[in-house]
Ligand binder design. Structure first.
Ligand code: ADP
Length: 670
C-alpha cells in the first residue's frame, strides 16, 4: 500500500491539455513580435538603470541622423530575413571603402543566438541597455563568434571554436539531483561539519535498502521519530513527479523506475504570512581557472498558495501547500500576480529579506550562510567539472572557447533560520514575462516587473564581467570609425573614456576569490585528486581510466607497500570498476570514471596513512605523497621543496616536489 500520494503535475497537466496552445491566441506585449518600447530608463525605480553614454549618444544619433544613414538594424524585434544583422540601437553609416568596412564590421561583438531559444530576448534587451555595438547571428555562423548563448548545454552548439560560451561542458549532468547528492556526500566524507547544509538524502533504487535500514535504525533509537520524506526524480524539474511519504515502504522500487532521490522533508520551514516560500539565488560561475564566482544580491522568492501546515496523511498531497514551484502554483486560484516587487506569490528576494529584517531576523548572517552554501556547493562540483572541461577544452588550446554559467540555487530557510540547499539549477529561467489564461483557450503573455528587476541586471552584469575589455574597446572603436563624421567630437572623447571605465556592477558581487578564497581554499582538495586522475587517463578524449593507467598511477606514485601489492591494486581496480559500471552494458571494459578513482584513492589513503586521524588528513597526505613521487619522473621538470610537509612524509618520499596544480599545464605522460 502506498502511503504517499503523487503530487506531481497531473492536475496541472489536466489544465494544460484543455488549453489548445496551437490555436490559442497568444498576445505578446513584447519580444518575438513587437518593439519593446522604451527600455532601460522607463523601467524600475529612478536611477536603478543608468543610461550609458553610448546609449545617450545612440539615441541622439537615432533622432538626428536616421534619414541619411543605412540602417543595419535598430531596436526592431521583428525577425529579420538575413542570417545575421547588427542588433544595436545604433544606426551605422555605410563606409565608402569596402575593405575598411569589412575590417571594422568584423570587430563588432558577434553573438551566436542560434541555440538561445527564449534566452535570446533578455540578451537583446541587455545588449540594448548596455549600448554595446554587437551583431547577432540568429542562425549561427561558420567562423567563430565572441559569444555563444545556449539555452541548455555546452553541446547545444557544435560549431564553437573560440570566444565565450554561457555553459560549461558537463555541468548540467553534475547538478542533476542524484549526481549532486553524490558529490555533496563525497565532500561530507572529508569535511563532515562543513557539509550539513542539505537535507539527508538517498539515491534510489541503489540506496533504497540503506534508506530503509537508516529509517528503521532511527525508529529503534527514538520511537517518536516520525519523519516525512520527499521523493524527487533525479532529472525532474518544476515539481514534476515529486511526492511526499511517511512510510519508507511506500516507495516503489520494482521494475524500471526513474532514478530519484529521497530526502528528509523539512517540516518546519520559515513562514511568511503563514505561507512556505523558498529563495532562488542566482550565481555566476565566471571561470574555472582561475576560479571566479559571483552572487547576485537580488533573487526571487517563490511562495506557496495555501497556508502551510506540518505534513499529515491528510495534507501530504497538497501541492500548493508543500511545493513552492512557480510553475505549479501559478495554476492555483490563490496565485497573486502583481507588478509590486514586494507582494504576491513571486517577489524579489530583497523585499523578503527586508521583511525578515523588520521582524528582527539577522539577515546579514543569513546571507553569509547562503554565500557559504554557494561556495561549498561549487567546490563540490569543481573536480568533476575540471575533468569534463579539460577533456572538452584542453588547457593546451589557449585559443579554445572559455565558459561561464549562470546557476540558480534553490534555498529553503528553516524555522531556526538555517538556509538549506534543495537543488541547483543549471538553466534557471531567464524569461521576463509570464503567461496566464485570460479566458478559456486564450493565453496572454505579459511583462513581469519582478522578473525584469531580477534578471536584467543579472544578465547585464554577466555580460560586463565576461566580455574582455579589449574586445569591448575594439568593438567601440569599430563603431566610432564607421560613423565618425557624424559623431560630435565631445562624444568621441567620451567613447575613449569609457574604455578605461571601471567595471561597475549592479547586482553581482564577487565571492571568489575576493571574499572567501582564503576561508575555503582547503575544500579544493579533491580537485588535486582530479588532476592526478587526469594525468593517468592515457587515451585522449576519454573520461575513464584503463587498468594500465591505474597500475601506472600506483607504480609512479609508489603507493604499494606491505600487503598493498600490485596484484591487490589490480583486484581493487576490477572490484571498484565492476561496481561503478553495473548498469553499463560494457561493464568493466568501460574503465574507471573519476568517481570510481576517487573511491580507490580514499581506500589507498586509508591503507597508506593508517596513523592519520581523519580521512581528510589521510587523503591530504596521499595527495602530497603522490605529487612528490610523480614529480620524480621526466614529466615534472620544475621542482620545489614543499614547506611544512610532515616528517614522516619527508622520509618516505623523494626530496623534491613539483608545484603541481590543476589544470596541468605540462605535457601528460603519454
Ligand atoms: P524541482 O527541480 O522539481 O523543482 P526541487 O528539489 O526544487 O525540485 O523541489 C521542488 C519544491 O519542493 C521545492 O521548491 C520546495 O518547495 C519543495 N521541497 C523540495 N525538497 C524539499 C525538502 N527536503 N523539504 C521541504 N521542501 C522541499
Amino acid at each position: 500500500m502506498c502511503a504517499g500520494v503523487t503530487i506531481n503535475r497531473l492536475d496541472r497537466a489536466g489544465r494544460c491539455t484543455s488549453l489548445d496552445r496551437a490555436t490559442s491566441s497568444k498576445r505578446r506585449r513584447y519580444g518575438g513580435g513587437q518593439s519593446p518600447g522604451p527600455t532601460t530608463t522607463s523601467r524600475g525605480p529612478p536611477g536603478r538603470y543608468r543610461k550609458t553614454s553610448h546609449r545617450i549618444w545612440a539615441e541622439e544619433r537615432l533622432s538626428s541622423s536616421l534619414p541619411n544613414t543605412t540602417e543595419f538594424s535598430l531596436c526592431s524585434r521583428e525577425p529579420l530575413p538575413d542570417t545575421c544583422h547588427l542588433v544595436s540601437r545604433l544606426t551605422l553609416d555605410p563606409c565608402p571603402n569596402k575593405d575598411k568596412k569589412k575590417r571594422s564590421r568584423g570587430r563588432l561583438i558577434s553573438v551566436d543566438t542560434s541555440k538561445a531559444k527564449s534566452n535570446a530576448e533578455i540578451l537583446r534587451k541587455c545588449f540594448d541597455d548596455l549600448g554595446w555595438p554587437w551583431r547577432e547571428y540568429r542562425t549561427g555562423r561558420r567562423i567563430g563568434c565572441d559569444l555563444y548563448w545556449n539555452a541548455l548545454s555546452f553541446n547545444d552548439n557544435e560549431t564553437v571554436l573560440s570566444g565565450q560560451v554561457n555553459k560549461f561542458p558537463g555541468l548540467i549532468g553534475l547538478v542533476k539531483k542524484s549526481q549532486l547528492t553524490k558529490l555533496l556526500y563525497q565532500m561530507k566524507q572529508l569535511f563532515p561539519t562543513e557539509f550539513s547544509f542539505f537535507p539527508t538524502s538517498w539515491i534510489i533504487p541503489d540506496e533504497y535498502h540503506k534508506f530503509y535500514q537508516d529509517v528503521m535504525k532511527a525508529n529503534d533509537e527514538n520511537p517518536n521519530y516520525k519523519p516525512t520524506f520527499i521523493v524527487k526524480p533525479s532529472e525532474g524539474s518544476q515539481g514534476d513527479g515529486i511526492y511526499l511519504i511517511t512510510d519508507p515502504k511506500s516507495v516503489s522500487i520494482q521494475g524500471n523506475i526513474r532514478q530519484s532521490i529521497i530526502q528528509e522533508y523539512i517540516t518546519r520551514p520559515l513562514l511568511l504570512e503563514k505561507t512556505k516560500f523558498d529563495l532562488r539565488v542566482y550565481v555566476l560561475l565566471a571561470s574555472l581557472n582561475p576560479l571566479r564566482i559571483y552572487i547576485s544580491q537580488e533573487g526571487m522568492a517563490r511562495f506557496c498558495t495555501l497556508h502551510y501546515e506540518e505534513p499529515t496523511n491528510q495534507n501530504l498531497n497538497q501541492v500548493y501547500m508543500h511545493l513552492t514551484n512557480y510553475s505549479l502554483n501559478k495554476h492555483s486560484i490563490n496565485f497573486v500576480h502583481t507588478d509590486n516587487l514586494d507582494g504576491g506569490s513571486k517577489r524579489t528576494m530583497k523585499s523578503v529579506l527586508r521583511t525578515l529584517d523588520e521582524k528582527g531576523v539577522n539577515t546579514d548572517q543569513l546571507w553569509c550562510k547562503i554565500e557559504a552554501i554557494v561556495v561549498k556547493t561549487i567546490t563540490s562540483l569543481l573536480p568533476d567539472l575540471n575533468v569534463c572541461y579539460e577533456l572538452e577544452i584542453p588547457a593546451k588550446r589557449p585559443a579554445g572557447p572559455s565558459c561561464f554559467q549562470i546557476l540558480g540555487f534553490d534555498i529553503l530557510i528553516t524555522e531556526d533560520l538555517e538556509p538549506m540547499l534543495l537543488e541547483v539549477n543549471a538553466n534557471p529561467s531567464l524569461r521576463l514575462d509570464y503567461e496566464y489564461e485570460a479566458s478559456p483557450g486564450v493565453v496572454e503573455s505579459v511583462p513581469s516587473p519582478v522578473d525584469e528587476e531580477i534578471k536584467i541586471p543579472l544578465v547585464t552584469d554577466t555580460l560586463k564581467i565576461i566580455m574582455p575589455a579589449n574586445r569591448l574597446s575594439s568593438a567601440r572603436k569599430a563603431l566610432v570609425s564607421r560613423s565618425c563624421e557624424h559623431i560630435p567630437s565631445s562624444r568621441r572623447v567620451l567613447a575613449k573614456e569609457e574604455d578605461q571605465e571601471e567595471l561597475v556592477l549592479d547586482c553581482l558581487e564577487e565571492i571568489w576569490p575576493k571574499k572567501y578564497s582564503e576561508k575555503y581554499e582547503h575544500l579544493r582538495l579533491i580537485e588535486k585528486v582530479a588532476g592526478i586522475f587526469h594525468l593517468f587517463l592515457g587515451v585522449r578524449e576519454s573520461q575513464h581510466m584503463g587498468a594500465t593507467g591505474f597500475r601506472n598511477f600506483c607504480r609512479r606514485a609508489k603507493v604499494c607497500i606491505g600487503s598493498l601489492t600490485m596484484a591487490s591494486v589490480d583486484i581493487m581496480y576490477i572490484d571498484i570498476v565492476r561496481r561503478w559500471n553495473l548498469e553499463t552494458p560494457a561493464g568493466t571494459a568501460c574503465g574507471m570514471c573519476f568517481g570510481a578513482f576517487l573511491e580507490a584513492f580514499f581506500i589507498l589513503a586509508r591503507r597508506r596513512f593508517r596513523s592519520e586521524e581523519t580521512l581528510v588528513c589521510k587523503v591530504k597526505s596521499l595527495v602530497d605523497f603522490c605529487e612528490l613521487n610523480i614529480s620524480e619522473g621526466p614529466l615534472w621538470p620544475s621542482h620545489k621543496p614543499k614547506k611544512g610537509l610532515s616528517k614522516r612524509l619527508k622520509q618516505s618520499v623523494v626530496k623534491e616536489e613539483n608545484l603541481y596544480r590543476w589544470p596541468c599545464t605540462q605535457n601528460d605522460n603519454n
